[in-house]
Design a protein around this ligand. Structure first.
Ligand SMILES: *Cc1c(COP(=O)(O)O)cnc(C)c1O
Length: 375
């Protein structure tokens, strides 16, 4: 298939803004971009008086190596949030086309659709009590029905899924891609891949032109504040996304930091830390599963746990009173009694568990003097 058949026809041959940096001219004295000839007194020697490279070559090369993909399949963005936004705008015409999401799921897919005035089609995940299952058959049925009226152009697979923690096996992703054929783009959001035992969907990339994979440095690479995400897709689609992206999306200090954060040694450290989080996830899950008032702990392949409570409001307030902030999920489809709790350091997790532990009147003082009793 030609992936450009899915792109908005008015954007297929759109070149985008011809920025001064894009022209590819060589020279010694730069008088083409109305920049200051002097560095700012605040500049730590990074040449920030000049506009940055739109897609910095060194970082691109390293990310391609890290993810094991060809360089021309990769677009760096301000977080994967920007990748989601660009995909929505490149594929969906306002009011006439749709994205498909599987609630409860990461909110940005629907937010970007809303901004673009694209329609949102929902196929809920199936709650099996201890995990939420992505229903490939239901998604394919809905896709077939929607095509005549408001065609679905983008279909999101969040794996591991936020907030449920479930990861879709590679064989199921492949079955989905085969069923979708060339009717829509399948976007597999792997923000939490580093915490999962499932292999990455990147393995399927060479075989499916309509497969897009999103990765980010915001989670396991500890750079949420630097805003660096990667969209991995067919080179023809990458060219369209590059054309509609802002001319200089990546700030030079963030790029310099990211380059260090994905060095071989930093990547090893990121993997070790992910291993620690996975171990803590197991420990925290088993403590919480025994806790009165906790109705369900969903299996997680990510760095958080989704929990149901008898009284979610009381749990939320007890945590807040102890200074522990967790994510309230109660307005999400099917999660009226649920909270999502990130896995932190051992000390942070212990503080969270202590805040949720039931305190029996009269025994509180004794419990406090036995710090290990709750484990
Ligand atoms: C955190 C998260 C992201 C990452 O967003 P960035 O913009 O890269 O920080 C993407 N998708 C999901 C599902 C997430 O939870």
């Amino acid at each position: 298939m030609n992936v450009l058949d899915l792109v908005r026809p008015d954007l297929c041959d759109f070149g985008g803004y011809g920025s001064a940096r894009k022209s590819g001219l060589k020279g010694r004295i730069w008088l083409n971009a109305n920049e200051s000839p002097w560095a700012s007194p605040a500049d730590p020697g990074q040449g920030l008086n000049r506009y940055p490279e739109p897609q910095p070559a060194a970082l691109r090369t390293r990310l391609a190596e890290l993810y094991g993909v060809p360089e021309d399949t990769l677009l760096m963005t301000r977080g994967s949030d920007e990748g989601i936004d660009l995909l929505t705008r490149a594929l969906c015409r306002a009011e006439r086309e749709a994205v498909l999401v599987t609630p409860p799921v990461f909110g940005m897919y629907a937010v970007s659709a809303r901004v673009q005035a694209a329609r949102v089609v929902e196929v809920p995940l199936v709650d099996e009590g201890d995990r939420f299952r992505f229903d490939v058959d239901a998604v394919l049925r809905t896709l077939a029905l929607s095509l005549a009226h408001v065609p679905v152009k983008l279909l999101y697979v969040c794996s591991p899924s936020n907030p449920t923690g479930d990861a879709l096996p590679l064989a199921e992703i492949e079955r989905l891609l085969q069923g979708v054929a060339d009717r829509a783009l399948v976007v597999v959001d792997e923000a939490y891949a580093e915490y999962s035992t499932q292999p990455s969907a990147l393995r399927l990339r060479p075989r499916f032109a309509n497969l897009v994979v999103l990765r980010t440095l915001s989670k396991a690479f500890a750079l949420a504040g630097a805003r660096l995400g990667t969209t991995i897709a067919d080179p023809a689609l990458i060219r369209v996304l590059t054309a509609i992206a802002p001319p200089y999306p990546l700030a030079a200090p963030a790029v310099a930091l990211a380059l260090e954060a994905v060095s071989a040694s930093a990547a090893d450290e990121a993997r070790r830390r992910a291993g620690r989080i996975v171990a803590e996830r197991g420990r925290v899950a088993s403590v919480l599963a025994r806790q009165p008032g906790v109705r369900a702990v969903y299996a997680s392949e990510a760095n958080y746990l989704l929990l149901r409570f008898d009284d979610a409001e009381a749990a939320f307030q007890s945590l807040l009173a102890a200074g522990v902030v967790v994510r309230d999920q109660r307005t999400q489809t099917g999660l009226h009694d649920a909270l999502r709790i990130s896995i932190g350091s051992v000390e942070e997790n212990d503080a969270m568990l202590a805040a949720l532990a039931p305190t029996r009147p009269g025994c509180a003082a004794a419990e406090r003097s036995l710090p290990l009793s709750r484990a």
